[in-house]
Structures are given as structure tokens and as C-alpha cells.
Design a binder for this molecule. Structure first.
Ligand code: ADP
Ligand code: ADP
Length: 232
């Protein structure tokens, strides 16, 4: 069953003379457990689609089913709850708190959830262990390399055991060696934790790690490649 289903999704920004249709009728099905790369030229609608899939924004038209629920009918608060429960986010710029240790950064989503100190530390350390940074728990971001900072950000994103991990150009600030390490980590999490991964990337080498590649063009899904073709 699809965990994500977009049907004829449109998104219009602005009004009147400045109105712009960023999405023109997107249809997309994503299976639970898939590893999806989203590609396409700048302005093709990737971020707009990711914002909708991340329940940060709602479509102007069409339907978005997530785990069988109509998201476009939810209030802002209902979407916020959904995000905290089911989604994890990773960004190009890592977005870590700079004066705070790796562990405290990773614990943050658990703090918002109201978990106690012991639970936060246990789950936080387990997540840092998954990304290979258990021994670095008390280091601040400035004391870590870019690749390590992105690993901390990934630990923060998975500490709540989300169904879906949304990553916006997660390797955009990393050299190719570090980028491959991050892709291997995402592949490992996808395979072993069953987390559905959705990643925007401009780099074909990084998209090649995905099982499905969705190509956007002019506010529409232009074509979808599956792993057999991806591998070829
Ligand atoms: P990218 O190509 O990396 O996706 P964009 O420049 O398309 O970056 O968008 C960066 C951010 O700015 C997005 O969150 C997007 O919603 C917002 N944005 C893009 N274009 C406009 C615009 N014309 N007016 C206001 N916000 C915009
Ligand atoms: P991509 O991520 O593929 O670069 P986006 O989804 O960011 O594309 O943007 C698609 C189009 O919508 C672009 O032309 C962008 O300028 C426009 N856009 C994005 N966000 C906004 C916004 N908040 N206000 C107005 N226009 C926007």
C-alpha cells in the first residue's frame, strides 16, 4: 500500500497579477519502505512538493493521502502533531544548535514530546550509535566535521522513529566522499529500520542510491525511474 498518495495536486502562490502555479497537477504514489530521490531543474516544484509531503504546507487543489488520511483537510495544529509523530527532517545546512552538544541536539524532538531526561538520553544515545557517533555525544557542532554534523542531524531526525525521512539536498554542503558516506547511512537506515526515505538531490551519483527516482519538470512529475533502470 502507498504510504503517500498525491492526486492532481496543484499549488498556487500569490494572487492576481503575481499569481504563480508551482504545481500543475502532480500524481505520485510512494510505497512504504521505498528510498526515493526527487530530481529536476530549479523551479520545477521539488521544494513545494517536499513542503506538502512534510505537512508544512497544503495543496491549493487535489488530494494528499498520508497513511490513508486526507492531509489537505487538517488544521495547522493537526499537521504539526502529524509531523512530530511520523516525520523526520534533514536539511542541506544541518540546522543544528551550535552551542549545544550532539546529544542535546538529538534529544530535542524528544524534549518537544515531553519525554523525561532518562528516556531522552537513552533514545538519544541509541540514535547517535546508529549514525556511528556515540563517542562524540558531548561535542558541539563546531567540533565536528560537516559529515559528522549531518550524521547528528540524521540522528535527530530518526530519534522519534518516524515513518518517513524527508531530506532536502542532504549532501549539498559535503564533498563527494562525505556525501557517499551519508548516502550509505541513509541506505542502511532504509533497509534496516524500514524508514521511507524521500530525498531531493541535484546529483545523479547520489540519486543512484535510491530505489526510485522521481523527475520533476515545470510543476509536474515528468517521469519515474525504478531501480532496475537506475542500476543500468
Ligand atoms: P531550491 O532551488 O534550492 O529549491 P528555491 O530558490 O526554489 O530553492 O526556494 C528556496 C525557498 O524559497 C523555498 O522554501 C521556496 O518556497 C521559497 N521561494 C522560492 N521562490 C520564491 C518566491 N518567488 N517568493 C517567495 N518564496 C520563494
Ligand atoms: P524547486 O524546489 O524545484 O527549485 P520550488 O518548489 O521551490 O522549485 O518552486 C517552484 C516555483 O514556485 C518557482 O518558480 C518558485 O519561484 C515558486 N515559488 C516557490 N515558493 C514560492 C513562494 N512562497 N511564493 C511565490 N513563489 C514561490
Amino acid at each position: 500500500m502507498s504510504i503517500i498518495q498525491l492526486r492532481n495536486v496543484t499549488k498556487t502562490y500569490g494572487a492576481g497579477a503575481t499569481m504563480f502555479q508551482a504545481l500543475k497537477g502532480v500524481d505520485l504514489d510512494i510505497e512504504a519502505g521505498d528510498f526515493v530521490a526527487v530530481m529536476g531543474p530549479s523551479g520545477s516544484g521539488k521544494s513545494t512538493t517536499m513542503n506538502i509531503l512534510g505537512c508544512l504546507d497544503v495543496p491549493t487543489g487535489g488530494t494528499f493521502l498520508f497513511r490513508g488520511h486526507h492531509i489537505e483537510t487538517l488544521t495547522r495544529d493537526q499537521r504539526a502533531l502529524l509531523r512530530r509523530k511520523y516525520l523526520g527532517f534533514v536539511f542541506q545546512g544541518f540546522n543544528l544548535l551550535s552551542r549545544t552538544s550532539a546529544l542535546e541536539n538529538v534529544e530535542l524532538p524528544l524534549l518537544y514530546r515531553g519525554e523525561d531526561k532518562k528516556t531522552r538520553a537513552d533514545l538519544g544515545m541509541a540514535a547517535l550509535d546508529k549514525v556511528g557517533l556515540k563517542d562524540w555525544w558531548d561535542h558541539t557542532p563546531a567540533e565536528l566535521s560537516g559529515g559528522q554534523q549531518q550524521r547528528v542531524a540524521i540522528a535527530r531526525a530518526i530519534v522519534t522513529q518516524p515513518d518517513v525521512l524527508l531530506a532536502d539536498e542532504p549532501t549539498g554542503n559535503l564533498d563527494s566522499e562525505r556525501s557517499v558516506e551519508i548516502m550509505e547511512l541513509l541506505t542502511d537506515l532504509n533497509r534496516n529500520s524500514g524508514i521511507t526515505v524521500l530525498m531531493v538531490t541535484h546529483e545523479p551519483d547520489m540519486a543512484a542510491f535510491a530505489r526510485t527516482i522521481v523527475h520533476f519538470k515545470d510543476g509536474l512529475v515528468e517521469r519515474i525511474e525504478r531501480s532496475a533502470e537506475v542500476a543500468a
